[in-house]
Design a protein around this ligand. Structure first.
Ligand code: PLP
Length: 266
């Protein structure tokens, strides 16, 4: 079991939606925390009825319920690092931002989840503004894929120069680090760009042709959160997370009759 910087087990919190099918959302996050040796906690924002065929229903929780869960774990157990996933509405985002500021948490990973691969909306259109205005200023690292980066910046992202420009825009909105993931690009490699506010580095992974990619973004950002909770620096945590997601896509499970989940037993 990996130790955290404070000598105890590393504590990682996910603030995200539930995927009843177990492939994405808090289920993917908690599985990933566990596999990487971090103690996982969750604050649910919404419940989705979901399987490998898609999302059949979305049921958001009251903002008070989201706040109560975060305060319960924050006031007793404590949090070394946290991630946000599906936040659904502006009012939930505002509540989450307030709680992060209240506890003074710094290791904040924001996976700006918007639309599920099957097309279901996991973030209301009017909530994007709340995400950029309220949450990004409190963010250590934001992890958009290319469609999310385009949505957040309003620009087309087609090549490396675009990725860098989009990263600079997101950095200027307050995120200390920006990781633009290249999984949606064509080509034999998925190249992610990590921008630190002045310079950038790239991480390439072999593209794996598979339909078992459900939960990729959730798993990647959860692995990153686990590494940060354990005291890794950003570059090490991103490298570990990239290796983990690569393995999870390779090990994806043939379950259900649709889009199977990524999965990895470390
Ligand atoms: N469901 C929930 C609750 C999620 O948080 C996410 C992604 O972040 C998804 C579904 C989407 O999963 P995917 O687009 O990888 O299939």
């Amino acid at each position: 079991m990996a130790e955290s910087i404070n000598g105890n087990v590393a504590r990682a919190l996910t603030i995200a939606g539930s995927d009843s099918g177990g492939g994405a959302g808090i289920q993917a996050d908690l599985k990933t925390f566990q596999e990487l040796g971090a103690y996982g906690m969750s604050a649910l924002t919404a419940i989705t009825a979901q399987n490998t065929l898609g999302v059949q229903g979305v049921f958001p929780l009251a903002k008070e319920a989201v706040k109560a869960q975060i305060h319960s774990v924050g006031s007793d157990i404590g949090v070394d690092a946290l991630k946000t996933g599906m936040l659904f509405s502006a009012e939930i985002i505002e509540e989450v931002a307030e709680a992060i500021a209240f506890f003074g948490w710094k290791k904040v990973v924001v996976d700006p989840v918007m639309i599920a691969k099957g097309g279901a909306s996991l973030l209301q259109v009017e909530a994007v503004r709340a995400l950029t205005r309220k949450l990004l200023p409190l963010t250590m690292i934001v992890t958009p894929n290319i469609p999310e980066a385009e949505h957040l910046t309003g620009m087309a992202v087609r090549n490396k120069a675009d990725k860098l420009e989009a990263a600079k825009k997101l950095s200027s909105l307050g995120a200390r680090y920006v990781l633009i993931k290249g999984g949606h690009e064509a080509g034999t490699e998925a190249v992610d760009l990590l921008f630190d506010g002045s310079g950038y580095s790239e991480l390439a992974g072999r593209r794996i042709e598979t339909a078992r990619t459900h939960g990729t973004g959730c798993t990647y950002s959860a692995a990153l959160t686990a590494g940060l909770a354990q005291g890794l620096d950003i570059e090490e945590a991103v490298r570990q997370a990239k290796a983990y997601i690569q393995a999870a896509i390779e090990d994806g499970i043939a379950i259900g009759s649709g889009h199977g989940p990524t999965n990895h037993w470390a």
